[in-house]
Design a protein around this ligand. Structure first.
Ligand SMILES: [Zn+2]
Length: 432
């Protein structure tokens, strides 16, 4: 069938109406503003990606902060740079805020730094059709731009008036400064003044290819196992007097972890092991040295590992089981384990799920489909976890791409507009 231009126009109108079915007139205006300014957002992303901002390139992190800070200032936000103590060796954070009395008080979380330091192979902005490559394009300058463009659309229709919104773009998300209590103080303080936290790490697709939201992220922590045996002639091993040596005991413990401690959403991975008559690891637990002989029973062994969990109850349960295994020593050996918490868990609470529902409805109403929750075991650690224990939180609202943290990092350009529309409607509804 051949359609006349008029019929095309009617079809287009019907299609547009169907897509905007669930949106109020002002929400439809917000969507139109997002679409009208998409090229501007892409330019902003290009400028930010072409500034190297590896966590340790403090000048670069500050320059990206300045670029984004100017955008927030244009939108009527008060902006400031939060310096970190010099001993921490981190650039600091961009903070932007506006005060009002209407609706939920929101905290929006992004980050300025990337894993690509100045000496990494340069990967500047490179557009290939409907995708673009570049350092940090997806993790997470794309997410930062989505925040800015969503707020810009709201401002253009007058919907930012009287809202309370805090923005924290940290300068060290990829390698958080120590002590954490200091490097995350700005974020935690902003969370205490807010009702809901929204974080803009990449939107992840599920196995059916659907965009998801993140209502839980596992905590990351580490452990160090130290085992001692009796050094002696290897021919005496397994006897009461000589015992089994440190290496057998370390192997027993690690294998017992595997056999007895595994449960859903819990993982623990030994990443480094050294053993022998003498064996040491460096303070960070990233390299080791060992010496030993085949005819000598090993005297010492050290294992460095991680532990990822979804709730503090799960962590405590795992710690108790691991401690019990460590305590059942083979003859002639002793062992001890210490745990070090890094990122707290973002547990998948009912409150987080409720925020996802509002987001999913906003997406469906805008014709962009419902948003299911990503299974919480599927993400690494992120900044939102420092505030998730304090307030309802949702992460994974950012752009979509491949190869984060690799030289092939890229982004699907259309994902910026999609996420910006969803975010703008979400922010609008939460602040009424
Ligand atoms: Zn990130």
């Amino acid at each position: 069938m051949k359609l006349k231009p008029f019929a095309f126009a009617v079809l287009a109108l019907l299609w547009g109406a169907a897509q905007a079915e669930g949106l109020s007139p002002i929400e439809q205006k917000i969507v139109a503003e997002v679409k009208a300014h998409a090229p501007q957002g892409l330019q902003l992303l290009e400028r930010s990606v072409n500034i190297n901002s590896g966590t340790m390139n403090h000048d670069g992190v500050r320059a990206v902060g300045k670029l984004f800070g100017e955008q927030f200032a244009q939108l009527g936000f008060a902006t400031r740079w939060s310096e970190m103590p010099p001993a921490m060796q981190r650039a600091g954070h961009l903070i932007a805020s506006r005060e009002g009395k209407q609706g939920k008080r929101l905290l929006l979380i992004g980050h300025l730094d990337t894993v690509f330091e100045k000496d990494s192979p340069v990967q500047l902005w490179q557009r290939n059709g409907d995708r673009v490559r570049g350092q940090g394009v997806n993790d997470m300058k794309g997410g930062d731009v989505i925040i800015i463009e969503a707020l810009r659309a709201l401002q253009r229709v007058g919907a930012l008036e009287n809202t309370s919104i805090s923005v924290v773009f940290s300068g060290d998300e990829e390698n958080a400064g120590e002590p954490i209590a200091v490097s995350r103080a700005d974020m935690v303080n902003a969370a205490k003044r807010s009702d809901i936290a929204l974080a803009f790490e990449a939107t992840v697709r599920d196995k059916n290819g659907k965009d998801t939201g993140t209502i839980g992220r596992r905590a990351s922590s580490s452990w160090e196992l130290k085992v001692t045996g009796k050094q002696g002639h290897s021919s005496g091993i397994f006897t009461e007097g000589a015992g089994y040596g440190a290496i057998y005991e370390a192997a027993r413990i690690v294998d017992a972890f595997r056999q007895q401690v595994i449960e859903p959403d819990l993982t623990f991975s030994p990443g480094l092991i050294v053993g022998g008559t003498d064996a040491t690891t460096n303070a960070l637990g990233t390299t080791g040295q060992a010496a030993g002989k085949t005819n000598v029973i090993s005297r010492t062994a050290t294992v460095e590992g991680d532990l990822r969990y979804l709730s503090n109850e799960q962590r405590d349960r795992a710690h108790a089981k691991m401690q019990a295994i460590v305590a059942q020593n083979l003859p002639g050996t002793s062992a001890s384990i210490v745990f070090h918490d890094a990122y707290p868990p973002m547990s998948p609470t009912a409150g987080n799920l409720a925020v996802l529902k509002v987001y999913s409805q906003a997406s469906a109403d805008a014709g962009l489909g419902e948003i299911p929750a990503l299974p919480p075991g599927q993400r690494g650690a992120g900044d939102v976890q420092f505030v998730a224990p304090l307030l309802d939180s949702l992460d994974g609202l950012g752009a979509t791409g491949n190869g984060a943290h690799s030289p092939d990092e890229d982004l699907e350009i259309a994902s910026i507009e999609r996420a910006t529309i969803r975010t703008a409607i979400l922010l609008y509804r939460l602040t009424r």
